[in-house]
Design a protein around this ligand. Structure first.
Ligand SMILES: [Zn+2]
Length: 343
């Protein structure tokens, strides 16, 4: 057999012909999404433009099977200043499958999804910080592939009520993190910690996750995430912080912190205190399991819940996305994909 390698003899196949489409406005809603076709085995470049603040650009990419992969990378951005472009893939129910809500650096301008739920998928982009009268162009490269659907990693979460001398989470370094007992002996810290741990376990009952308390056990020696539940108030005046939104729980060893001391002077009953602390802690664990913020004071991933709602029970349920102008987040379904169901 003779293999023809061409006169140059290098044998490198030619680069695939770039396929490109131009955005056509209006494509601001899922029903009005612009239909684009990704040629089989090839990539597609979409050249689009944002024409007003929060102008969502939505593209109907077609129908996909579980185990197919979709990736999108922002390859061009004509804005003068670094932009906070948000972009993600959404399924046929307009539910987010993955969202990058803060694509400022080059490394952040890439999302990759292994499809769990078959059906139609959309790519949606928006820039919430764009001045209303400005416009700029972008390019986004779409690639389709295939991969095994990852088995959810075994997730253990250790609720560390002991405090820690120093810890860095999400780019913030916290020193002298007080133990939970700093809420004061009149509030009975061991009892509140026990009730809080139980309430968090109830939030996560359907899922394959083991939640341990430092009041009951030593820190596990096997891989685990840690949530530091401090009785102090911190220095940043937020109730809690997680290292990242870890989509599909790719890192089962990430950490979060909660400052229960911010609740102590709020006149809450013991029951309200426990409910608020459990809501905050379950929320931060949600980020570590791959959940973004919602807008619904009864939903655990609500972005900014006022205290008079935070002391009421919240649950995981379908709710509008906070950090994107369209679409919803089906938090129970994402938790099922990220953690697996309890057997
Ligand atoms: Zn949050």
């Amino acid at each position: 057999m003779v293999l023809w390698v061409g006169l140059g003899g290098c044998g490198v196949p030619p680069a695939p012909t770039p396929n490109a489409v131009q955005e056509i406005e209006p494509n601001d809603s899922f029903p009005g999404a612009q239909i684009v076709t990704i040629p089989s085995g090839q990539t597609l470049t979409i050249n689009g433009f944002f024409v007003w603040g929060q102008d969502p650009d939505i593209y109907d990419l077609g129908t996909f099977e579980a185990g197919q992969t979709l990736s999108a990378s922002l390859t061009g951005d004509s804005a003068v200043n670094p932009n906070n472009v948000q972009f993600g893939f959404f399924d046929q129910d307009q539910e987010v499958a993955i969202l990058d809500d803060n694509a400022i650096t080059a490394a952040e301008q890439q999302i990759s999804l292994t499809i769990r739920k078959p059906g139609k998928y959309y790519l949606a982009l928006s820039d919430p910080n764009q001045p209303p009268s400005s416009s700029y162009t972008y390019s986004v490269l779409i690639t389709v592939g295939s991969a095994a659907i990852p088995t959810p990693p075994k997730q253990i979460v250790f609720l560390n009520y002991n405090g820690i001398s120093t810890i860095t989470i999400g780019g913030f370094t916290f020193n002298n993190v007080l133990p939970f007992s700093a809420i004061g002996s009149s509030l009975n810290p061991p009892l509140i910690a026990s009730l809080t741990t139980s309430a968090i376990q109830a939030d996560y009952t359907p899922y394959n996750i083991q939640i341990l308390s430092s009041y009951d056990t030593l820190e596990p020696t096997v891989p685990h995430s840690t949530v530091y539940v401090s009785g102090g108030s911190g220095t940043q005046q937020f109730y809690g912080l997680a290292s990242s939104v870890d989509w599909y729980n790719q890192d089962p060893t990430d950490n979060a912190i909660v400052f229960a001391g911010l609740l102590t002077n709020s006149g809450l009953s013991q029951t309200q205190f426990v409910t608020a602390l459990a809501n905050i802690t379950a929320h931060e664990m949600g980020h570590l399991s791959g959940l973004a913020h919602t807008v619904d004071h009864t939903e655990l991933m609500d972005q900014v819940t006022p205290l008079n709602s935070l002391d009421q029970p919240q649950t995981f349920h379908l709710a509008p996305l906070a950090e994107f102008p369209v679409g919803t987040e089906n938090t129970p379904q994402l938790l099922q994909f990220a953690l697996g169901l309890f057997q």
